[in-house]
Ligand binder design. Structure first.
Ligand code: ZN
Length: 314
């Protein structure tokens, strides 16, 4: 009975998630900043761009066409460029419009399913497969590096990184305060607007800070030490488990900073540049910076782990 109740609540809550909210803003740009403090990656600077030639059993949107943004086939590129450019690739539509799971509607569709991992009600209910997608593309990288194809090796690693990085975004692992979601169960449209407002507010503010080159934000990406990765899926799960705990505090702070209007049941756009200095802003920055520290730590830790795949290849 309790399980059924949990399921019903989860269905009603999670179906509200907006379709387009499945990423930090600027994965690629933030990855580039992280890589600025990883000198060994610069050794891989003479990589030939190769055409995609892999068998991948996962379904993808048939309209998605692989783009080569770092040059033409046969041109030279670098690992840093590949990782920075293609850490954004999973958001370009490959995961859109698919039938992956009967439960995918609960996460806003197939893209939400692949890019998120909700741990609801203390982790009793898990929805999504971001850790699985990270592992999937790590395994694709294993195949590519075995074939000495450094281009696709690094490009698959960039995709794997995307899903791990998504898991450091608190609203990707917990959409909002449980009690508030439950108490608004019977106003689906209103709740959708509330969840969207908060999700967009966080991403708009984070994007603004990165674009402005806020020193604390940039430092958190650049100066963080790697975490130890022993297993890709486990690393993703641990990130989700941690980031879900920030969600409710962020929600409450955002109400105070941007006004209760943010939790109104109509769409509200925030003005990141209007946030005034003070204790609330400091607290808000501190939590987001904590998430960016996780973003940096997993990016460096994952690449250190993956380095075993290619460091001994001539
Ligand atoms: Zn994403």
């Amino acid at each position: 009975m309790r399980t059924l109740k949990v399921m019903i609540i989860a269905v009603l809550v999670t179906v509200l998630l907006p379709q387009t909210l499945f990423a930090w803003s600027l994965h690629g740009e933030m990855t580039r900043v992280v890589l600025d403090s990883l000198p060994w990656i610069n050794r891989y600077n003479n990589i030939t761009i190769t055409e995609y030639s892999y068998k991948d059993n996962s379904p993808y949107n048939s309209k998605y066409k692989i783009a080569y943004l770092d040059g033409n086939i046969g041109d030279k590129t670098s690992a840093k460029k590949i990782l920075s450019l293609y850490a954004d690739e999973p958001d370009w539509g490959m995961d859109d419009g698919l039938s992956l799971s009967p439960s995918q509607a609960l996460t806003g569709g197939s893209q939400g399913w692949r890019h998120q991992y909700f741990l609801l009600f203390g982790g009793i209910l898990r929805l999504g497969e971001a850790p699985d997608r990270a592992l999937h593309f790590y395994n694709m990288a294993v195949v590519a590096f075995k074939a000495k194809d450094f281009y696709w090796g690094f490009r698959f690693l960039a995709r794997a990184l995307h899903y791990l990085q998504d898991l450091t975004m608190p609203f990707h692992t917990n959409p909002g305060p449980t009690m508030l979601l439950i108490s608004n169960l019977f106003d689906i449209n209103g709740l959708t607007a509330m969840v969207s407002n908060h999700h967009f507010a966080l991403e708009d503010y984070q994007e603004y800070k990165i674009k402005k080159r806020d020193l604390l934000y940039i430092r958190s990406l650049r100066d963080t030490d790697p975490i130890k990765v022993n297993d890709v899926w486990e690393a993703g799960f641990e990130l989700a488990n941690r980031s879900k705990n920030y969600s409710e505090s962020l929600w409450n702070l955002q109400c105070k900073i941007f006004g209760d209007n943010l939790s109104s049941k109509t769409r509200v756009q925030i003005r990141p540049e209007k946030v005034s200095s003070g204790a609330l802003k400091n607290e808000y920055d501190k939590i987001i910076i904590g998430s960016l520290i996780d973003f940096s730590a997993i990016t460096k830790g994952f690449l250190r782990y993956a380095r075993e795949l290619f460091k001994n290849i001539d």
